[in-house]
Design a protein around this ligand. Structure first.
Ligand SMILES: Nc1nc2c(c(=O)[nH]1)N[C@H]1C(S)=C(S)[C@@H](COP(=O)(O)OP(=O)(O)OC[C@H]3O[C@@H](n4cnc5c(N)ncnc54)[C@H](O)[C@@H]3O)O[C@H]1N2
Ligand code: MOO
Ligand SMILES: [Mg+2]
Length: 595
């Protein structure tokens, strides 16, 4: 008769797990047959997906005691500590506990325990580990239970100095405010080395690494400003023979120069013939006689007196040789002016940083790979969002995909990525959960230096910044661990990553512009300084920018970023100030277009 089964069932039912009792939902009596035992345990782990499977009996020294040998091959991980705790507790009661051979392990999300068959022994063993079981189950399930929470609060408490000597606990230096955190980042964002590049549209968004000096004059020849006739100005008005034509880069003249009393047809930009001293626009002339075929004018009347030099761009009048046409530090904008100026010369610009982006999380699924989500899964919105911002702001991104919450996989991907990029941006896994592995992996496996791991701001509290020294004089790599929440990832990209990218690319002004804006409604304040998503627009009647909140600001709600073009800098809530009134003026960080 099974006596220990009911004893354990009662014990579990009386025990609280996350304020709910354990529920024993399966019981079964199995013969002392390895195959039968394995089949049942495997079924409960793999098919039923139970949190905990406990076998009683078959752990002794008897010939028919085969449970440990049957169960052990099913383990993916051994739980030696639990086994020790059980044996230790029993040994304290009787030395005969030494004749028990329990084994404990993990298969998938299930913990498997083998305890003795005697009701007393079984109860003692389970009681010995009952307190750690909820915590263990939470960890194996990847959830954050209260025990885990308490443990992690110790493990990641804020400290000012980063110190490896604090034992095994993870301690990541914390910066309390956004400003100092950004300063740390920009101190490490050293402008990359200059490169020589051809002048084309790829220059947009690049910064000149040296002054650009004109090597050639513009124009390189005397060029006409108008369509008309090249003349000798001192000839004055009158009827003249048309002796030649100067169109664009071709010039047909009977002699090597225009003589007084002669004129030549010329088009805009065409080379003014030697001897000509001015150009008269065609509107100030009349055709007197044309050739027989009507294609060529033979004589033309000039109606106006022009001065020497009229309507001629002299050599070098736009740009003289040796003049500085663009200065070091100048940003080559998309408006086109700078690129147009440089079109005649080669340029040296700062290399633009290469950025790697990856998402982390077992629940994160690439939206391009499936249209279906299983329970608990979510689509990866962070990578497409960050790619878009990077592209729109002129930076090249490499995609490192989605990485599971697995330290080895994370380490492998980070190592690969860091050989290819200047800046690595990862999202997720930086907060307090037990699957938040980014910081320990960076520090322990990659040897990176974490400069801060928390910032007093909303959103973006767990934002992490680290650096990894470059090999053989190469610049250090910048590593950003942005929070997984999509809004937090996006906002912190704008606030932390973009300034770093701009500084690496040589921008003198790397921060986004800030405008004063008036609130159209009152806003409640948060205990953390907040970067509140809003739409700002210029109100012509008031002569100022107006800011309207995008609504509920929870960090998971991407809709709070829809149409948003600014982040309002809101101060933290104090006893004296809990909200900002309608009409208050706040700083608005411009992140999008003004409409
Ligand atoms: N006990 C505490 N818990 C949390 C704290 C805290 O201080 N104490 N901070 C909260 C804050 S604030 C944030 S922000 C989040 C940050 O979490 P993690 O960076 O660790 O990110 P995950 O846990 O991996 O994911 C959080 C959330 O975001 C979703 N997610 C993750 N990746 C993506 C993606 N690529 N696309 C879309 N959504 C994504 C994920 O499913 C979670 O819902 O931590 C709080 N917790
Ligand atoms: O600080 Mo988290 O980024 O608000 O949600
Ligand atoms: Mg987390």
């Amino acid at each position: 008769m099974d006596l220990s089964g009911p004893v354990l069932k009662t014990l579990f039912s009386e025990t609280s797990h996350s304020k709910k009792p354990f529920r024993v939902i399966k019981t079964k009596i199995v013969k002392d047959d390895s195959f039968e035992i394995q089949k049942s345990v495997k079924d409960w782990c793999d098919v039923e997906n139970l949190d905990l499977v406990v076998t009683t009996g078959g752990t002794g020294f008897g010939v028919r005691d085969v449970t440990p040998e049957a169960v052990q091959p099913l383990f993916e991980k051994s739980c030696t500590g639990i086994t020790h705790a059980m044996i230790k507790a029993s040994l304290e009661k009787t030395v005969f506990a030494a004749l028990s051979r329990p084994v404990c392990g993990i298969r998938g999300n299930t913990i498997i325990l083998t305890v003795p068959g005697s009701p007393k022994g079984a109860k003692e063993n389970i009681q010995a580990i009952l307190n750690v079981l909820p915590h263990a189950i939470d960890l194996v399930r990847g959830e954050t239970g209260e025990n885990v929470h308490a443990q992690l609060r110790v493990e990641s408490h804020e400290c000012v100095h980063h110190d490896h000597k604090h034992g095994d606990k993870h301690q990541y230096s914390s910066t309390s405010l956004f400003g100092p955190a950004l300063n740390i980042i920009t101190e490490h964002s050293n402008t990359l080395s200059p490169i020589k590049v051809p002048v084309d549209e790829n220059l947009i968004g690049m910064v000149l690494a040296e002054d650009v000096v004109a090597r050639l004059p513009v124009p390189g020849y005397r060029a006409s400003i108008l369509d008309g006739y090249a003349v000798v100005a001192s000839d004055g008005p009158g009827i003249y023979p048309v002796v030649g034509v100067s169109i664009a880069n071709t010039s047909h003249l009977p002699a090597d120069k225009l003589l007084p009393g002669q004129i030549a047809r010329i088009t805009t930009g065409g080379p003014v013939p030697p001897g000509a001293t001015a150009v008269v626009m065609v509107e100030d002339t009349t055709l007197i006689r044309a050739s027989a075929d009507g294609l060529q004018e033979e004589s033309v009347e000039i109606h106006v007196q022009v001065n020497d030099g009229a309507n001629i761009r002299e050599i070098g009048s736009d740009t003289s040789v040796g003049s500085i046409v663009a200065r070091k530090g100048e940003l080559l904008s998309a408006v086109g002016g700078e690129i147009g100026v440089l079109a005649s010369v080669g340029v040296c610009v700062y290399r633009r940083p290469v950025i790697g982006v990856l998402s982390t999380g077992n629940e994160v699924i690439d939206h391009k790979n499936t249209l279906e989500l299983k329970y608990g899964q979510i689509f990866d919105s962070n990578r497409p969002t960050l790619f878009s911002i990077a592209k729109a702001t002129g930076f090249e991104v490499k995609d490192f995909g989605i990485v599971d919450d697995d330290p080895k996989e994370l380490e492998k991907t980070l190592n690969t990525a860091l050989t290819q990029v200047d800046v690595l941006v990862s999202t997720g896994g930086v907060s307090m959960g037990e699957l938040d592995l980014f910081k320990p992996t960076l520090e322990k496996s990659l040897g990176a230096t974490i400069h801060f791991g928390r910032v007093k701001m909303k959103p973006g509290k767990p934002t992490t910044f680290a650096t990894l020294s470059g090999t053989s004089g190469a610049p250090e790599k910048l590593i950003f661990g942005l929070p997984g929440n999509p809004v937090s990832a996006t906002v912190t990209f704008y606030l932390f990553v973009l300034p770093a990218l701009r500084k690496l690319a040589g921008y003198e002004n790397w921060n986004s512009p800030i405008l004063p804006a008036e609130l159209t409604d009152k806003l409640s304040l948060d205990p953390r300084p907040e970067y509140h998503r809003a739409v700002i627009s210029f109100d012509h009647s008031k002569g100022k920018f107006m800011a309207t909140s995008t609504g509920h600001q929870i960090s998971s709600r991407m809709l709070s970023l829809r149409s948003c073009n600014a982040l309002l800098k809101l101060p933290e809530k104090t006893d004296q100030c809990k909200e900002l009134d309608k009409g208050s003026t706040v700083d608005a960080i411009l992140i999008g277009q003004l409409s």
